[in-house]
Design a protein around this ligand. Structure first.
Ligand code: PEP
Ligand code: MG
Length: 562
């Protein structure tokens, strides 16, 4: 085996190609450097405004030729480049005698610091501001903007991390794979790589030692990079290149023996829901209502909420739509519900817990969900995030009943709820396991941290045992068995999906793009196979061992290059 290093595979695929590194980042200008001699503040401000306009126009132009997520990211970055707040702050500095480069650098720093302090989604926008700043300074200096290097032959793009605007414009015909030394499974790099179908590995520190022209094998399935690949890697890449295209999802999730496993979608808006329905999703297993209102300082009005939820219900006719009440906090801050100064937000007042801190918001949200459901045919289920005890589950069920919502449920994403599943689920009509948080809390590893990505792996046997306990709790619940679904990222991994079904999970909810792969692999096993395979995973001593044992039982993963 040739020398190799590991990272976290975030998008499947196996390729061999030459390395191209991202160009050096734009260096910082001197702090508070004065206006160049012979110019005036007016002329320098005009130069700055011109540069910002050129950058915004360039990004808009690229957005016009891009599609899907790429177009959205580019449009958002272009908006940031034409943002008046940033420009005004920079012009004020120019007026006080600072040169344009230093002024925009300092002004963007202040904006990025504010966004970072807000945490979560807003903190991620700080990267966009710093990206825009680098582009404006490059324009002022007359040097090429930071971005994807040009090369004749397709290449493996290596970088520290990629800015959203870079990842969005990756041309899959020119870029074979992405490898970054930083970033995590939830980074822009990971999301865009998956949407383009590019093999990708993040959090691979060995990337910094790669040079332009090095030939590497990238295994986005195992998360390994091999320099100077040999016969073994060449064979693996050839097998991947010869993979069979996935059949389109027929809209019926089931095992080979006909055992039904409805495949649902995770959505964050009406527009998402329309796309998910078009992709064949059998309903919505998770409507992240906080995604409808991210970036808002104030509670959305009843009308706004009704509009947002109804758009999702209407996209799905009479199918099931599971609405999750606001999951504010940690990676998803909502200023009207959460306290951004908490020292440890993931363990703080988040999800259902915000109801005690800010009474009234949950009650008004449940009323809006009930009103939105009226006049639609949707089968509306309602669940609360971050439930930790049976008492909370009972209180939430009572709230739902008071609002006229007939099917209350809980997310199981805190280990205590999994351990106490029988009691928790007895209080409600269903449970949905949030494997993203259940993994972070079981492993005590922040899900946003790249260096902890190895712990943050839902294949960790400890997590699988808690999923099994939750399913057993659902089966033994008072008043008869209650369904237990999964709506975390684990459901989107086709091999893990087989394990989840074997553990007793009844529905799987995922990003719509994962539907064809999960559906195809589920159809290759019977129920008894899935139970046997689940036992293999439960018996493993590590996440890697569980993954390897299970994958060996599912040959079609290789057929489809998954
Ligand atoms: C989860 O935790 O798995 C989940 C689905 O919720 P979120 O990712 O929105 O926290
Ligand atoms: Mg969660």
């Amino acid at each position: 085996m040739s020398p190799s290093f590991a990272g976290v595979g975030v998008s499947a695929g196996r390729v061999i190609g030459p390395v191209r590194r991202m160009p050096n980042p734009i260096t910082a200008p001197a702090d508070g450097a004065p206006l160049p001699e012979g110019t005036t503040a007016e002329r320098e401000s005009a130069r700055l405004a011109d540069a910002a306009r050129t950058v915004a126009a360039g990004l808009r132009e690229r957005a016009a030729t891009a599609t899907g997520d790429a177009a959205d990211v580019l449009k958002a970055t272009a908006l940031m480049a034409s943002d008046k707040t940033l420009l005004k702050a920079a012009v004020r500095l120019v007026d006080s005698g600072t040169c344009a480069e230093s002024a925009v650098w300092e002004a963007a720093d202040a904006v990025a610091t504010q966004l970072t302090a807000l945490g979560g989604y807003m903190a991620e926008r700080a990267t966009d501001v710093l990206d825009v700043r680098a582009r404006i300074v490059a324009e002022l200096r007359g040097v090429p903007a930071p971005g994807i290097p040009a090369a004749e032959e397709p290449f493996v793009l290596c970088a520290l991390d990629l800015a959203p605007a870079d990842t969005a414009t990756l041309d899959p015909a020119r870029v074979l794979a992405l490898v970054t030394s930083e970033g995590g499974p939830q980074s822009h790099t990971a999301i865009v790589a998956r949407s383009l179908g590019l093999p990708a590995i993040v959090a691979a520190p060995g990337t910094v030692d790669l040079a332009d022209g090095d030939v590497v094998f990238v295994d986005g399935i195992d998360g390994t990079v091999v320099r100077d690949p040999g016969a073994e890697e060449t064979a693996l890449a050839a097998a991947y290149a010869a993979r069979v295209p996935l059949p389109a999802f027929t809209g019926q999730g089931q095992l080979r023996d006909g055992h039904r496993v409805p495949l649902l979608a995770n959505v964050g808006s009406g527009a998402d829901a329309v796309e998910a329905a078009a992709a064949g999703a059998e309903g919505v297993g998770l409507l992240r209502t906080e995604f409808c209102f991210l970036g808002r300082d104030t509670e959305p009005s009843a009308e706004e909420q009704v509009r947002a939820y109804r758009a999702v219900f209407e996209a799905f006719g009479d199918s099931k739509v599971v609405v999750r009440t606001l999951d504010a906090g940690a990676d998803k801050p909502l200023p009207f519900l959460t306290d951004s100064t908490e020292p440890n937000p993931a363990l703080g007042v988040r999800g259902y817990r915000t109801d005690a801190a800010v009474p009234g918001v949950l009650e008004r949200q449940l009323a809006a969900i009930a009103e939105a459901a009226q006049g639609t045919e949707a089968e509306v289920w309602t669940m609360a995030p971050m439930i930790s005890t049976p008492t909370e589950a009972a209180a939430f069920a009572a709230r739902c009943a008071a609002a006229g919502l007939r099917t209350p449920g809980v997310m199981v994403e805190v280990p205590s709820a999994a351990v106490m599943a029988r009691h928790v689920v007895s209080e409600v009509a269903f449970a949905s396991i949030g494997t993203n948080d259940l993994t972070q809390y079981t492993m005590a590893a922040d899900r946003q941290l790249g260096p902890l990505a190895e712990f943050n792996d839902p294949w960790q046997p400890a997590v699988l045992h808690l999923i099994q306990t939750t399913c057993e709790g659902g089966t033994a619940a008072a008043g008869g068995p209650k369904p237990v679904g999964v709506c975390g990222e684990a459901a989107a991994d086709p091999a893990l999906a087989v394990v989840l079904v074997g553990l007793g999970v009844s529905t799987l909810s995922m990003n719509r793009r994962a539907l064809p792969a999960v559906a195809a692999i589920l159809r290759t096993v019977d129920r008894s196979d899935s139970q046997r395979i689940a036992r293999l995973a439960l018996g493993a001593g590590s996440a890697d061992e569980a993954r390897t044992l299970v994958r060996a039982e599912l040959p079609d993963l290789d057929v489809y290059g998954l």
